[in-house]
Write a protein that binds this ligand. Structure first.
Ligand SMILES: Cc1ncc(COP(=O)(O)O)c(C=O)c1O
Length: 357
């Protein structure tokens, strides 16, 4: 393992007494309804590039004033973000190729922006939330912004007031909003607020809510039909259709899984949130209290040494904050059961007893 760690060093690493606060995937089982179809499933053909019609019809019922035509089912939220950025880059042309990112950010965003031939511009969060004064200045030079509330890696949820201010200013300036809502069902403090507007692209996924990360089913929805059509054009010549079995399972999830499944999961996440937040506070660490998603981002002295030693000596995986634009912090995902969180905290304590913070 080199000193220059990358997510690939940790994703999927397990066993041998390792406790992983690394990867952001739910450890909880998917609802049984989604895999009941497996024994009788036999369709192996190419599917519609835009996505299975039955799934888009169900999705259209979940989003007010949408139609099945305004959705594209993608390989996770990841492909939806990638394709949307590429379309915006082509539309914006050379002059206005900047994308605003609240920082700390989900680690793939800057890479995706650059792959699309655009440049990330950053607005620093204050106390883990968007500083609208800075935002409103920086947004003027951008053709798009990515909003991720609840956020990976901060666990924070933006206030409805800020989200409405963002809706207003981006509509006035004609700036695209990519609203990455993959954690919309994992909010501890209030209902999700759906960001709306003519240039809003809502991005979501079945990965987190239904613990279906590996099936790679996500989607985008926008009132900007031209953008949706351009996304389909790129998808036609890149990945083609999204995994059709995954889409059928997503359809089962959207139609057969009761709301109580999501509510029960939320209770489990909240208990874990309380345990890790209080545990780290008791160890003297400075961190924001998560209001959604399943991450904490405490400040840690010498974060890279912490990550390396925690892995090599204490068999605990954590991610350096620098991957997320937070070089003085370390990210912990609490997608693991209470016993493992407790044991992980004991090992963090051992490190801190030795090195201080
Ligand atoms: C903020 C955010 N967006 C997108 C993704 C990717 O999700 P998907 O599995 O749907 O591609 C993740 C995964 O961790 C995420 O945290």
């Amino acid at each position: 393992m080199s000193e220059n760690l990358s997510p690939a060093d940790f994703i999927g690493v397990c066993g041998d007494g390792i406790i992983s606060f690394g990867s952001g995937q739910p450890d909880l089982p998917p609802p049984k309804e989604v895999y009941k179809i497996l024994p009788n499933y036999s369709d192996f053909k190419y599917g519609l590039i835009q996505g299975n019609a039955n799934l888009r019809e169900v999705l259209a019922k979940q989003y007010p004033s949408s139609t099945p035509d305004s959705f594209v089912v993608t390989n996770g939220a990841s492909e939806a973000l990638d394709l949307t950025l590429r379309v915006i880059s082509a539309k914006a042309g050379k002059g206005k190729n900047k994308v605003l990112l609240p920082k700390p950010y989900y680690y793939s965003y800057p890479h995706m922006i650059k792959f699309a031939g655009m440049e990330p511009v950053f607005t620093e969060l204050i106390d883990g939330r968007i500083d609208f004064d800075d935002f409103k200045e920086k947004i003027k030079e951008c053709s798009a912004v990515i909003i991720n509330s609840p956020s990976n890696p901060t666990g924070r949820v933006e206030s409805i007031k800020t989200l409405k201010q963002i809706e207003k200013i981006t509509e006035e300036l004609g700036v695209y909003v990519l609203s990455d809502e993959v954690y919309k069902d994992l909010i501890y403090t209030r209902e999700n607020y759906l960001i709306k507007g003519p240039r809003v692209v809502t991005i979501n996924s079945f990965s987190k809510t239904y613990a279906m990360c590996g099936f790679r089913v996500g989607y985008l929805w926008s009132r900007d039909q031209e953008l949706v059509d351009e996304v389909i054009k790129i998808k036609t010549h890149t990945s083609m259709n999204t995994n059709i079995l995954g889409q059928e399972m997503a359809y089962e999830a959207a139609t057969k899984v009761p709301r109580s499944f999501i509510d029960n999961q939320l209770k489990i996440w909240e208990a874990r949130r309380d345990m890790i937040y209080e545990g780290l506070v008791n160890l003297g660490l400075d961190l924001w209290k998560p209001e959604g998603a399943f991450y904490v981002l405490p400040k840690i002295k010498n974060p890279k040494d912490f990550v390396m030693e925690m892995f090599k000596k204490h068999k605990v995986i954590t991610y350096p904050g620098e991957w997320f634009g937070a070089p003085d912090r370390v990210r912990f995902s609490y997608a693991l059961d209470i016993e493992n969180i407790e044991e992980g905290l004991r090992r963090v304590k051992k490190y801190l007893d030795e090195h201080g913070n």
